[in-house]
Design a protein around this ligand. Structure first.
Ligand SMILES: *Cc1c(COP(=O)(O)O)cnc(C)c1O
Length: 220
């Protein structure tokens, strides 16, 4: 468990890329981690966490929020429309906006509630059939569609194929973001966050490098 070590590596990677260290947010991905490890990270002062399942997050976080102030949850896993209400009630940000039906549902909830979590459009940069996200060629159109619904789209997210060099995917995501005037780039995990920072990541999602190996496998 090495939160401080990860923070140091993020700062070093940012410095090397000529970026201010505060330009990269660390999302500690706590999915499937035992409670005591999560509490240790909270006690170390960290407050930004990532979960990939609404159900798990809804069980885990309410009691922790009673004990610790200022927790911000980022939902990073695929989001079913029927979980959208629960998601917007708990999340500061959702990184998996990837289809029109979810966009219209989130827009309706935003209208009703007068607020919305920050949204990242997930792009399936590797065009993998089993993976969530809009295809790169559909990204511009979908981003425009989401913006037309007044949704607060702040950036893009990707999850590169496990068997490919991530740099091409990071570069592609950065290019799509730039041409759409989006500042946020949610990319980089335990194995490649430094590289992601070199390509402009503003949000890195780091799980096992902070918490240790997950005890049960969670689908990405
Ligand atoms: C699990 C997960 C991560 C963190 O993965 P690690 O390799 O443990 O850092 C990041 N992003 C998503 C979408 C995930 O599902």
């Amino acid at each position: 468990m090495s939160l401080a070590g990860i923070r140091d590596r993020i700062a070093a990677a940012a410095r090397e890329a000529g970026r201010p260290s505060g330009s990269v947010a660390l999302i500690a991905v706590s999915k499937t981690q035992p409670e005591d490890r999560v509490v240790q990270i909270l006690e170390a002062g960290h407050r930004v966490f990532g979960e990939n399942r609404v159900q798990e997050a809804a069980t885990r976080w309410p009691p922790l929020r009673e004990r610790f102030d200022g927790i911000a949850l980022h939902l990073i896993g695929p989001l079913q429309t029927n979980k959208a209400r629960q998601a917007v009630e708990m999340a500061a940000a959702i990184h998996s906006l990837d289809r029109p039906k979810l966009a219209t549902t989130l827009a309706r909830l935003a209208q009703e509630r007068g607020e919305s979590p920050d949204l990242f459009v997930q792009v399936n940069t590797g065009e993998e059939p089993q993976k969530a996200g809009v295809l790169p060629v559909e990204a511009d159109g979908f981003i425009a569609e989401a913006r037309a619904l007044d949704l607060p789209v702040v950036g893009l997210m990707c999850l590169p194929p496990v068997d490919e060099a991530p740099s091409l995917h990071f570069a592609l995501l950065a290019k799509i973001a730039e041409r759409n005037g989006l500042a946020g780039l949610s990319m980089g995990m335990s194995g490649d966050f430094e590289e992601a920072i070199a390509f402009g990541a503003t949000h890195v999602r780091v799980g096992s490098a902070i918490f240790g190996a997950r005890e049960t496998a969670a689908p990405g």
